[in-house]
Design a protein around this ligand. Sequence first.
Ligand code: ZN
Length: 220
Amino acid sequence: MPHFPLSGLEPLAAHSIYCIGRNYAEHARELNNPIPESPVVFTKPTASLLASGGTVLIPDSTDDVHHETELVVAIGTGGKHIPVAEAWTHVAGLAVGLDMTARDVQSRLKEKSHPWDLAKGLDTFAPIGNFVPVAAFPNPDAIGLTLHVNGQLRQQGSTADMLHPVPALIAYLSRHFTLYPGDLIFTGTPAGVARVLPGDRLEARLAEGVSALAVSVARA
Ligand code: ZN
């Protein structure tokens, strides 16, 4: 796993993985979370990455793993203190991804005000599809996201509904962290998150399949 190639952007490989929580108002509401003023930021280890075609593994620490369908941004040109107006020029490409979340574990961690790593950073908990250059999207600020589980539509949203859009996220993250080529940003999920079960097949799409991923689910 030290070198996870970014499909569509090779030879770029994954570097750090930043994730944003509660970036869609409807999703924050469905989990009874307050809508944050600043982006909620967490990270995942690169060992959580999974290429399309792989299998999400549910470990015995959880009985309630949820899918969260998200736009994933790959940084192409790094930097610190990147201005909002220049942020898109730092992006190498966009992909669809799943921020798999052990909701039962996360609830217990939240009660104790502990970090979320054991709920969100597990092996195979970050499937990503192929990356596509920003120029391929007619409007990169309004990209459709869908997730089908066993052929049934489960999540449908648009990145136009983000509370903190991609340029604002890049500006915010780069205030705190130096961004590097290959850094990934999971940008939050729209509403409709739900449990997955062993045997499920998940198919996530960005812009009707410009970027896509398909993974299965099994017990670890
Ligand atoms: Zn998420």
